[in-house]
Design a protein around this ligand. Structure first.
Ligand code: DGY
Length: 323
């Protein structure tokens, strides 16, 4: 175990098993609730920390590291995405950065299939209609959606989550195409009967485009007005990756003008804000960043982050370091 003098800071309230593990590693500071700390509060909280468990809404950069001070050795981000972390600034200061891959793959893929069904079968729209106490009755052409069998699912970013989405979509009879920086293992392509396409080809062919890439300078606004223009008019867009991968204002215009059929979004460009142009549209599903939000998954994520802190502070290699 770690030296008792270690100070460990968690920037939000995390599940008990993870907090207990951290307590065994040193003195733990954790806020009473799960709200996001303000920048000043965050800096004050991490002063003198050896290890920090951070959330995706915490900005982890040089100023953060300077506020923490020279003892800081590890920042464990409780998310698979780490676009909130300036990794070079941490590495320069000898601080290890870790993330939480793997444990949230199923939850995020499940949520993505939820988005897929919600938008293609108009579930949000139907729910709104009933809750608005609108009159309705079953008839043969009432609220028709789009079927999935033999449709093409285009997955952008074919890592663990993208592949888990493909595996599930195969059960719905969908054909899988993907675009990614690197082709995946031929065994995976064969298992999923997935074809690698250029992004342009994928946008032109897919009936549903689902985003599973990390947010980087290359992927910011990957789906902009031009990309939306390249999609089929009957196509749907799903985003459970990071909001800024999509130009939200351009998407609102494309949806309003019927340039594409619909979109389902779990993430937003300026969370928790949502582009006002999207809020009154029927052909968009909006849910508040719920990809990994199950009790089981969030506990696993917090535990993995805690294990990373414990490992580094006891001189062991991190379990899931960011490269
Ligand atoms: C992540 O892990 O990056 C998600 O956005 C939160 O689970």
């Amino acid at each position: 175990m770690c030296h008792m003098a270690h100070r460990v800071v968690v920037t939000t309230r995390i599940p008990d098993p993870a907090a207990d593990l951290l307590r065994s590693a040193g003195e733990l500071w954790m806020p009473e609730d799960a709200r996001k700390l303000g920048e000043d509060e965050l800096r004050a909280a991490v002063r003198g920390a050896d290890g920090v468990v951070a959330m995706l809404h915490d900005r982890i950069d040089g100023r953060f590291a300077d506020a923490a001070g020279p003892r800081l050795r590890v920042v464990a981000n409780t998310a698979v995405g780490y676009d909130n972390v300036d990794v070079p600034a941490m590495t320069e200061r000898g601080v290890r950065v870790t993330n939480t891959p793997g444990v949230l793959t199923d939850a995020t893929a499940d949520l993505t299939l939820g988005l897929l069904l919600m938008i293609t079968r108009r579930l949000g729209e139907g729910e709104r209609l009933i809750r608005a106490r609108q009159p309705w009755s079953f008839h043969i052409s009432f609220m028709l959606g789009s079927g999935l069998r033999d449709k093409t699912l285009g997955i952008i970013g074919f890592g663990q989550i993208g592949q888990a989405v493909a595996r599930r979509a195969r059960a719905f009879g969908m054909r899988i195409v993907y675009s990614a920086r690197n082709r995946v293992d031929p065994g995976v392509e064969a298992e999923l009967d997935a074809s690698h396409l250029s992004r342009e080809q994928l946008l032109a062919e897919a009936d549903v485009v689902s985003l599973h890439c990390p947010l980087t300078t290359e992927t910011r606004h990957l789906i902009d007005a031009k990309a939306l223009e390249a999609m089929k008019q009957s196509a749907f867009l799903l985003n459970s990756s990071r909001g800024p991968v999509v130009d939200e204002a351009a998407l609102a215009v494309a949806l309003r003008d019927g340039r594409i059929a619909g979109a389902a979004l779990d993430v937003f460009e300026r969370e928790p804000e949502v582009d006002a142009g999207l809020l009154d549209l029927e052909n968009v599903v909006l849910v508040p960043h719920l990809g990994s939000a199950t009790t089981e998954t969030r506990t696993e994520m917090a535990l993995l982050a805690a294990r990373n802190v414990v490992a580094v502070l006891s001189g062991q290699p991190a379990l899931t370091p960011v490269r």
